[in-house]
Design a binder for this molecule. Structure first.
Ligand SMILES: [Mg+2]
Length: 230
């Protein structure tokens, strides 16, 4: 398949194993902040943190809260729920969480091997929704940075995927065309529908084998499957 020249990879949950890295970070911090004073165990803390985190991210995507509010409130609220009502500690915890998660390096299986092969035939780029400092740190520390020509981060572009402007901006800045571009990502909403709306072919990285009725150019369950058609 010779038509593609540019591959646009999502980062979180596609190359960088967000869940594993986030869990490693929070488990470490559960210990260092001695959170067992307030929560039965790590699972108890996580069960209380997760709904706030999801809700605040949804609000952030709708521009209803700022990055700063999102980052602090997702910890302040579950802490306050168990009587650990200390805003300045929540602020420090939030900062440490971003700093420490950026140092984590767990990737999906075969990420490096697949990128090494693809970079011989394609120009590779990153398209990611997230905060610039953290995303850049993740790319550096996990050894991903050298594979990519351009890194596109929503915070710097000013809109998030699936906004069409995000994709237009990435295509133009990479001197690519829609026809010779392919978007690879794990999110049906942000990556797949976003790319489709922007007129770009898509690869859905469905590592969790979730069911869907979306019409998608390619679907893979493992990154290595990319080498079967690229
Ligand atoms: Mg993702």
């Amino acid at each position: 398949m010779k038509k593609y020249k540019h591959l646009f990879f999502d980062l979180d949950h596609t190359l960088w194993d967000f869940e594993a890295n986030s869990e490693a970070t929070l488990r470490e911090m559960f210990e260092s902040y001695n959170l067992s004073r307030f929560f039965a165990d790590y699972e108890d803390f996580h069960a209380k943190y997760e709904p706030h985190n999801l809700h605040l991210w949804a609000q952030y995507r709708k521009n209803r809260v700022t990055k700063k509010v999102l980052n602090v409130q997702r910890f302040y609220l579950p802490f306050a729920e168990v009587g650990f009502d200390d805003f300045s500690i929540a602020q420090k915890f939030a900062k440490d969480y971003l700093d420490i998660s950026g140092t984590k390096t767990i990737l999906f299986p075969n990420t490096i091997e697949v990128l090494r092969q693809l970079q011989e035939r394609y120009q590779l780029h990153i398209i990611t929704n997230g905060f610039k400092e953290v995303q850049n740190q993740k790319l550096q520390n996990s050894g991903l940075r050298p594979f990519f020509t351009n890194i596109y981060i929503s915070e710097l572009i000013g809109v998030q995927k699936p906004h069409a402007y995000f994709f237009d901006y990435a295509i133009k800045s990479s001197h690519a065309s829609r026809k010779e571009s392919l978007v690879i990502g794990d999110s049906l909403e942000a990556d797949i529908k976003g790319a489709k709306k922007a007129g770009i072919d898509q690869v859905f990285f469905n590592s969790k084998k979730q069911s869907h009725d979306e019409d998608i150019t390619f679907v893979i369950n493992e990154l290595r499957e990319l080498l079967e058609f690229l």
